[in-house]
Design a protein around this ligand. Structure first.
Ligand code: SF4
Length: 441
């Protein structure tokens, strides 16, 4: 008699890029015959896709592993995958005896076989997921999209040398996917009802640099006429890679969201140099101006590191004055985290944590006021939105101005998940807006 197919539960931590990997791992396992469990308690295999980017993310990963280890059935298997597993595979396996397997990114080709062995399960058919060499980038993702938006990873790894970042150490050099393969994945998602696609990579605007693939502008052109695709959003744009042609394409292509996710990190040129990142506050201002002159309605987001080694009060003032001038719609601030193996971790003049937190609160306060002013400025405007979900009876939607999961949302008077609607903004509070539906889009 054949045993029933084991069920899997996968908890994902970290960024959108990790979510893509999780969708692909789920796709790979379902292609191999596994089923999706409805809860960790009922699953035969409980998996955690970890984030190893910075220390707080790693702590959250370990806490989640321990929590799920307590929640799962005694006879269920616990498997740890993802960035943290890649970076600390041996240490994690030793430190977490609760885990039955720890598999880094390089070893996803072994995943199906390892799970089969753990569950002592012999599948009836040998599916395509049982190939010996797999690159997760090319895997087919989970069969049922969970949201009306999804991320598509167009490249893995990074060729830059930012002194605070350990990603190139464990994700390797940039490897871009072919444009046709990316287009096929977007077409599949769009056919399944996913109208908004976010293109992600560690350094998205450098797409194609490592191969004969076209550049990011050409890629955007090649995928924007996919049937059913309503909105394409570009994430993680390294400032020097944002060439005039890319700004023009983003401003002029109606499918591309007028949303610029700028990876600025700081405004002090001295600190940017120490980070081995190009530019200065002045050049950042020019970039913002260039974007606004091509796309006056552009929404902009950026992230900043606070408390980088050697950061002085003057540097913080410089960043604050940049925020005041740039008036970005959204911004995230992260305390500098000394990552093992990076240059910045061993730099002199490390800033105490309490000081980092104080500076972060100061800068966040400045930005919160700017974000609120930007949001309130939308009252009376009309937008095309997509409804992501209905929460407590209230439809939660987003326009091109709001990226999923990180920015504010628009609360509607009616609407169903997946619907595209035109709305008029009637009110605003903090980061979120209220709107009434005026028609379908
Ligand atoms: S560009 Fe991004 S991923 Fe690449 S090294 Fe710099 S911070 Fe890390």
């Amino acid at each position: 008699m054949t045993s029933p197919a084991p069920s899997i539960w996968l908890t994902t931590l970290g960024c959108a890029k990790n979510q893509v990997d999780s969708d692909k791992i789920t796709g790979m396992l379902t292609a191999a015959g596994y089923t999706e469990a409805s809860s960790p308690e009922s699953a035969d295999v409980v998996m955690v896709n970890t984030c190893g980017f910075i220390e707080p993310a790693r702590r959250e990963s370990v806490d989640t592993i321990l929590e799920l280890s307590g929640a799962k059935r005694d006879d269920a298997s616990l498997v740890v995958v993802g960035c943290m597993a890649q970076r600390y595979e041996t240490e994690l396996a030793e430190a977490l005896p609760e885990a039955d397997a720890v598999l880094g990114l390089d070893r996803y080709s072994e995943l199906v076989d390892r799970l089969d062995a753990l569950r002592r399960w012999t599948p009836l058919t040998i599916g395509s997921a049982r190939r010996s060499h797999m690159d997760i980038l090319y895997e087919t993702r989970r069969p049922t999209p969970m949201t009306p938006y999804a991320y598509v990873k167009v490249a893995e790894g990074c060729d830059k040398l930012c002194t605070f970042c350990a990603i190139p150490q464990f994700r390797g050099k940039q490897r871009s996917r072919g444009p046709e393969n990316i287009r096929d994945e977007i077409a599949e998602l769009a056919a399944a009802g996913v109208g908004e696609i976010g293109l992600v990579a560690q350094d998205l605007a450098a797409y194609g640099r490592d191969t004969d693939a076209p550049d990011i502008v050409e890629l955007v052109r090649r995928v924007s006429d996919v049937e059913g695709l309503r909105r394409l959003r570009l994430y993680y744009l390294y400032p020097r890679e944002i060439r005039p042609a890319l700004i023009e394409e983003m401003a002029g292509n109606p499918i591309v969201a007028n949303y610029f996710d700028l990876s600025l990190q700081h405004a002090s040129s001295r600190l940017l140099r120490a980070m081995k990142r190009p530019g200065s506050g002045e050049q950042h201002r020019e970039l913002v101006e260039r974007i606004r002159s091509s796309a006056p309605d552009a929404a902009m987001r950026s992230s900043f590191i606070v408390g980088f080694p050697g950061e002085t009060d003057d540097d913080v003032d410089e960043l604050a004055s940049f925020l005041d001038d740039a008036r970005l719609d959204w911004a995230g601030f992260f305390p500098f985290s000394p990552e093992e193996g990076t240059e910045a971790a061993i730099m002199e003049n490390q800033i105490p944590d309490s000081e980092k937190q104080a500076r972060l609160r100061h800068l966040q306060g400045i930005q919160d006021d700017i974000t609120t002013t930007c949001s309130v400025g939308q009252i009376g405007r009309t937008f095309t939105v997509v409804v992501d979900q209905v929460e407590d009876g209230r439809p939660v939607a987003r326009s091109y101005r709001e990226a999923p999961e990180i920015d504010g949302v628009i609360i509607l008077d009616r609407g169903e998940p997946g619907e595209w609607l035109t709305v008029e903004i009637t009110g605003g509070y903090g980061t979120d807006l209220d709107a009434i539906v005026t028609g379908s889009a």
